[in-house]
Structure formats: structure tokens, C-alpha cells
Design a protein around this ligand. Sequence first.
Ligand code: ZN
Length: 140
Amino acid sequence: MAFDELYQEIIRDHYKHPRNKKPLSHVKAFENPSCGDTVKVELDTAGERIQSVYFDGSGCSISMCSASMMSDLLSGRTVDEARRLVEEFLAVIRGEISPEKLDELGDLAALKGVVELPVRVKCATLAWHAVEQALNQQPK
Ligand code: ZN
């Protein structure tokens, strides 16, 4: 029970104080029509290193906090590391690997409950699909 409260607090904190959020008017939005969430993602890279992942958007607390956590986790990584982390997160959400994996990903552990809520999965994964596309546009 205390863990649930901790997770709620982490989600609330990212929702109220999103990390790496700034207006990205020139970036195409990813949308989740079933909930009305929109997320845009931009990478600030220096060679193979992602200096910052920025996001912009609006929507429910799950979509916004997932975007904030994603930007936190991937900023400072290499493009290859970021690709691997995105693949891991999406595999957890798809139920292919254990939700316990999220314990290794910092604040993302707070999203473990979402795995059991199929209706929120599109909210949780929106930013990750957006960053996946941005990563795929990086030179190999
Ligand atoms: Zn949503």
C-alpha cells in the first residue's frame, strides 16, 4: 500500500513538474485519440550522444508523466542505449518481459500498475513511440 502511494506521488510530481518540457511548435505530434493525448519529441544530439530529449504536449497524467520520465531516462544516453531502453519499456508494456524490469529504470517503476490497465497503455506508450521515431531518424 505504501508503495502505491509512493508511485502516485512520483506520477503526480512528473505531471506537475514535467522534466525537459518546452514548446516544440515545428515538430509533428503523436496522438492518442482514445484519450486526447498529444506528445511531440525532439532530440538534441552531439554525435552519438543524446544531450537532451525534449517533449511537448498535453493530455492525461499517465501520458504526460510517461513523457517526462522518458525524457529524464534517455537524456545523456547514446542513441544505441536509448533505442535499447525504448525497446525494453515497450516490451514490458506488451507483456513480453516482467514489469519488475521497470524497477531498473528509476521513476518508471511507478508505471508498473499501468501494465495491468490495458485502457491506459496507449497513454503510457505515446511518448515512447514518438521518441522511437525520432531515434530512427538519427543517422546510423
Ligand atoms: Zn491518456
